[in-house]
Design a protein around this ligand. Sequence first.
Ligand code: ADE
Length: 258
Amino acid sequence: MASSGGPLGVLCALREELAVHIAELDHDETVDVAGMRFHRGRIDGQEVVLVLAGMGKVNAAIAATLLIARFKARCLVFSGVAGGLDPALSIGDVIIAEHVIQHDAGYTAADGFVPYQPGFLPFFNPTDALGLSAHAALLARARLALEALTLAPLSQAAGGAGRAPGIHFARILTGDQFVASEPLRERLHREFSAAAVEMEGAAMAQVCEAFGVPWLVIRVLSDLAGRDSHMDFAAFGAEVSLACSRILRTLLPVLSAP
Ligand code: ADE
């Protein structure tokens, strides 16, 4: 991996997402920069810096840049909730990104929107690339580490019905919009073959790629991105976020290896 030494940087968008990691933190200090509070300390003896970045791609980019340039993070993880795009998935299932795409970046032609790699345009500086892939060796180690992990079933209210949530490796989409529309969910799933949608992961990954720092996006589904997704998101966000803490702690030895 590109960098060694330095803490693991963990970004969350929402208080509920951060709270599950703060609860496990041996706290050393807090540092406020750019309106964001960075919590430096250790989880299970591993050096970490946690930050509440806020929602959206620009917030994720600011927090990621600060974690790398100022806090010298050697690897970044985005941890939080997402909306499910694949109808085979349920609330509570965990998706770890193999690949991320900014689904709202591109150009609009007469026949509609065409996604394109951020920072590029086909008629200006063309590229065949679309999205970013997570570091293959890091993903392989994560798969191995998570093989034996069983997550606790969700409450009945969240539709748990005794089933342990699944852990999947798949594509995640990022855009500056909350998806609460069945037609859009269906289009995003069909056009991108993606499992989940959120608002920050690919922006963090873009910053990491610029600095040569490895990254991972861990998302647990709070909703299924359809008509009721804003209500499910509000009702289940805190409960499902607990899985992110289990996953992060299981992965800490892998993420801390040189
Ligand atoms: N994060 C959680 N649910 C989401 C959704 N439906 N759309 C975008 N980001 C989300």
